[in-house]
Ligand binder design. Structure first.
Ligand code: ATP
Ligand code: MG
Length: 200
């Protein structure tokens, strides 16, 4: 099997880590060699000491992109979960890859503020954290993501299915049994998207 990078982008609390870990689990069950690069973990090691300025954010994403490229070209599926707010750097990193699938996790800010898994939105809104994406720092929406998920509308299960089915349809991963109650309408939606982007 050829490697590739599966890149989750979206605002804080949009579901990147949750979906990355779920998708990783399914891949492991199918015998796929997989590695997850999670933004939070990367900032504790590979990118330790970097700030959240635009420049440092770009450095962080370039580092993650560099590692994911190396893994992907050696037959690993590299799953990235990082806010990655800037379009030009996401594009740059995509260009380094032979095979790159971007998943945009979309949700209204109001929903994300309510989720506030780590209590960061609260702090950011109180002015305790500077440069917090969505509150005091920009997020540039992707225009050409292979998969777009409205995580305020779709459950985790449906979202995972959407990603897995997309990868199956373009033969990036071995086929398996689909989980959950996955509909024909859902299937048609994925096909339409992949056709638009020239994959099938
Ligand atoms: N469709 C969905 N996909 C993913 N997560 C969802 C979905 N619906 C609800 N959630 C919930 O949203 C929360 C997302 O939190 P998670 O830590 O995965 O976000 P994140 O994007 O990694 O945030 P951060 O950028 O702060 O690391 C979880 O509590 C998850 O259960
Ligand atoms: Mg996370």
């Amino acid at each position: 099997m050829k490697g590739f990078t599966l890149w989750f982008t979206g605002l804080p609390c949009s579901g990147k880590t949750t979906l990355a870990r779920e998708v990783e689990g399914i891949m492991l069950e199918r015998g796929v060699r997989v590695e997850v690069l999670d933004g939070d973990e990367i900032r504790e090691n590979l990118s330790k000491g970097l700030t959240f300025s635009r420049e440092d954010r770009n450095t962080n994403i370039r580092r993650i992109g560099w590692v994911s490229k190396l893994l992907a070209r050696n037959g690993v599926v590299c799953i990235v979960a990082a806010v990655s707010p800037y379009r030009d750097i996401r594009r740059e990193v995509r260009e380094w890859h032979e095979r790159f699938i971007q998943v945009y996790l979309r949700a209204p800010l109001e929903v994300l503020k309510k989720r506030d898994v780590k209590g960061m939105y609260k702090k950011a809104m109180a002015g305790e954290i500077k440069n917090f994406t969505g509150i005091s720092d920009p997020y540039e929406e992707p225009e050409n993501a292979e998969v777009v998920i409205d995580t305020d509308l779709d459950t985790v299960e449906i979202s995972v299915d959407r990603v897995i089915r997309t990868l199956e349809m373009i033969d990036y991963i071995p086929h398996g049994e689909t989980v959950g109650d996955y509909s024909e309408e859902e299937e048609a939606k994925i096909k339409a998207r992949l056709k638009d982007l020239g994959y099938i």
